[in-house]
Design a binder for this molecule. Sequence first.
Ligand SMILES: [Zn+2]
Length: 99
Amino acid sequence: MSVSGRTHVRACPERTCVGCRKRAAKHELLRVAAVEDACVPDPRGTLPGRGAHLHPDPSCLDLAVRRRAFPRAFRLQGALDTAVLRTFVEERAGLTSTP
Ligand SMILES: [Zn+2]
């Protein structure tokens, strides 16, 4: 039946969440970029440099921070400030905003 070697059509790009390490469709994950010593959310994917992908979920952010996943993803040494990113994720998760 199958004659071609083409087995996958990449219609739906996937990325791995740096928190829970599960794969998800790219649009389900939040791109995070490093600006100086801080992790910043990059929902439009416009910031230059390396990006990390994360579920917009505080628990995934916690896991990523605990694993030091961001310095690894950005190939940086030392701690990164995640305060801005945390606020963004919490708002996105509806923890601080009103419905
Ligand atoms: Zn996740």
